[in-house]
Write a protein that binds this ligand. Structure first.
Ligand code: UD1
Length: 427
């Protein structure tokens, strides 16, 4: 298996191009199941999960073609076309490897009136149930059965009827599935307490470009008037606010000065305000956001929350940053029950972190020391990269496949701003 090797201590300086957002791409791709016309997505990141989703679409009868795969291009263009659905089943083998596969449930149900999707099960960061996905679809008229590890959903008469669902807790995935199911319903679907993440705005804007009628985009109440059919569209995937935030943390911990090219400040206010809390200079530039730091980071107090709150996907990276801070930082994780898997690995590099249930106290230390480390999920792996960039000596990050799921050409982007980082291929 590949490894990433970092010799820490280099100050990051320069421009980092921000890729298309993984979490937007993975909810825009299943939109190709909703129409028989082509959906062309621009600025798609080159990531293992995007490729994996393409394979899943292929299994369902969607043909995909990719352009712009020259090595020097960031971002690709994919055209996906589902002239006819050839299957409405997302099998266990695919769903267990890629949780986002659950997002075909809504579109398949909308287009074919039925869908059979494997239950994804738990994962490293927590239990991650899908009950709210199912309840929202039921509220719109779906009949759902669970059997042998699969969800079988049917729309009686071939089409969902519409209805109203209020989410008891904000769920990004369930909001996405419900919106994609609702756009072809035979009535009005209302979602209350819906997630408002920028990736959901991106999804709704793409669906509108395909002919959907959605009111309240970007608010917690979405009203979707079903239409008889959707058409093709060309849509550009938004910039990855989590990737941008991750590199911002790397800039702060190395006392660097970077421009996150293509990042949009309005989509990542909570992250930018956390960076300012740490003492960083954060400025919007013509082409992105500049983040600069001198000296040790000030301590931060951060609690994860649904958007517009501080993203759970940024918690591990800020924690890594805080390990070299000038005092004690306090983190509270409210979204997932098991999202401190990076702590024991960071501890191996000399960090002082005390986890108590959902909270963690990080006491800044004077220096970190490189070590062989590995992580069990994507953002946790990024926290190890961030710590490694500032650690004395060599850090070897193992299980690089987690990073490949979510960070496009990580080592290339970091090398270009001065990091001493390389990938050692297993051959
Ligand atoms: C979540 C994050 C998202 C992040 C992604 C990957 C939030 C609100 N969501 O999205 O920002 O990009 O993980 O790290 O921050 N839940 C249920 N039943 C369901 C669905 C969810 O109880 O059917 C609960 C979850 O256990 C969790 C909360 O709702 O506590 C939010 O989960 P959800 O937003 O659905 O998770 P993801 O879509 O994976």
């Amino acid at each position: 298996m590949d490894q990433i090797v970092i010799r820490g201590g280099q100050r990051l300086k320069g421009r980092i191009p921000i890729s298309g957002a993984k979490n937007a791409a993975l909810t825009l791709l299943p939109c190709a199941l909703l129409t028989d016309e082509p959906l062309t997505l621009r600025n798609l990141p080159r990531l293992a999960d995007v490729d994996g989703f393409g394979h899943l679409l292929n299994q369902l009868g969607c043909s995909t073609t990719i352009e712009g795969s020259r090595p020097e291009d960031f971002g690709r263009v994919m055209t996906a076309r589902t002239t006819t659905l050839t299957s409405t089943v997302a099998p266990y083998d695919i769903v267990r490897k890629m949780r986002a596969s659950i997002l075909v449930l809504g579109p398949l149900l909308a287009r074919a009136g039925e869908a059979t999707v494997s239950l994804p099960g738990g994962c490293a960061i927590g239990n991650r149930p899908i009950d709210l996905h199912l309840k929202a679809l039921e509220a719109f008229g779906a009949e759902i059965e669970l059997a042998s590890g699969y969800v079988k959903a049917v729309a009686p008469g071939g089409r969902l009827k519409g209805g109203k669902f209020t989410f008891p807790v904000v769920s990004v995935g369930a909001t996405e599935n419900a919106v994609m199911a609702a756009v072809l319903a035979q009535g009005t679907c209302v979602l209350e307490n819906a997630a408002r993440e920028p990736e959901i705005v991106d999804l709704c804007n793409c669906l509108v470009a395909m002919g959907a009628s959605i009111d309240g985009i970007g608010t917690e109440t979405l009203t979707i008037e079903g239409v008889d059919r959707l058409h093709g569209a060309t849509y550009r995937v938004m910039a990855d606010r989590i990737e941008a935030g991750s590199y911002a943390c790397a800039a702060v911990i190395t006392e660097g000065d970077v421009e996150l090219v293509g990042a949009k400040a309005s989509e990542m206010e909570a992250t930018l305000s956390a960076l300012r809390q740490a003492g960083a200079t954060v400025e919007e530039s013509k082409t992105g956001i500049r983040v600069a730091m001198s000296g040790r980071a000030d301590p931060v107090t951060l609690s994860t929350a649904p958007y517009p709150g501080f993203a759970t996907d940024m918690q591990a990276q800020f924690m890594a940053m805080a390990t070299l801070g000038s005092g004690a930082s306090l983190f509270t994780e409210t979204i997932f029950e098991n999202r401190y898997m990076h702590v024991p690995e960071l501890a191996r590099m000399g960090c002082d972190i005390d986890v108590r249930g959902r909270s963690a106290v990080v006491r800044g230390v004077d220096h970190l020391v490189g070590a062989p480390v590995m992580a069990t999920d994507l953002r946790a792996s990024m926290s190890l990269i961030i710590a490694g960039l500032a650690a004395q000596g060599t850090t070897e990050v193992n299980r690089v496949y987690h990073l490949d799921r979510g960070y496009e050409r990580l080592e290339e982007k970091l090398q270009a701003v001065g990091a001493d980082i390389e990938r050692i291929s297993a051959g």
